[in-house]
Design a protein around this ligand. Sequence first.
Ligand code: ATP
Ligand code: MG
Length: 263
Amino acid sequence: MLDSQNLKVEPVLEVKDVTVIRSGKVIITDIDLTIDKGEFVGLVGPNGSGKSTLLLAILGILKLKNGSVGIYGSPPNSRSLNGKIGWVSQAASNLPKDIRITVRELVQLGTRNSKNMFFWLNRREKELVDKAIKIVGLEDVENTHIARLSGGQRQRAVIARALASDADFILLDEPLVGIDRDARNSILKLLDQLCHEEGKTILMVSHDLTAIRQTAHRMIYLEERIQFDGKTDDFPDLNTLAGLRGIEPVHKDTKDSDIKEEE
Ligand SMILES: Nc1ncnc2c1ncn2[C@@H]1O[C@H](COP(=O)(O)OP(=O)(O)OP(=O)(O)O)[C@@H](O)[C@H]1O
Ligand SMILES: [Mg+2]
């Protein structure tokens, strides 16, 4: 990518020829992927197709069998990336019910890293926490224990925790699971705003094709390999996708049962 002065800008994410093996089995392979600043990328694919594996490889949690990952030009575990990456894991909002922690306390955890773990929040960190709570619209319940929140509110709280780190690159794994349509729409709107107004870069995994189509500018369909990577408007319909996967529909109206298309 080039900036306005035609200088080369480092991509946010650069994945080159990545293969990951788990328990002796190739889970993802031949993965090449570049994401630039401000992009909102949706990552879809059936259960077990390797979406979470790809995210964990990007974060440097899983070892690569082959290839490389660069985030802002550095390997995933580099100190220079401290605080730059926000991460909402799959089922992150399934927090144990017996943890007595308020929304504000949960969001504050997002500001903690290896450098400041044992210090009180400084002024800037407090501002980030205030801002994150405001962005996700949880000011009214900031002192409420998370166990008392609705599923949608809890999901917002874990997103706020990722935002409180002031991360520029946010990865979310199935943030829309188990929440109602209104909550889903407001979270999507929020993520869209983060890209457009705050210049964040987002990579979001979801089963919910309709939801991703509404918001992501670009979509990736992963099933061991990247089978599609392009503009959301060019994303193939489910029958074409089934063809990509070598599945012959039995009935004309057969839907891909693994990936959900709502309304
Ligand atoms: N810890 C593990 N050890 C070995 N294999 C694993 C492990 N975790 C996942 N796998 C396997 O890796 C494959 C991909 O799993 P992954 O969780 O990346 O898929 P996914 O696309 O995120 O699925 P889902 O939509 O269900 O979240 C699956 O076949 C799974 O069984
Ligand atoms: Mg997963």
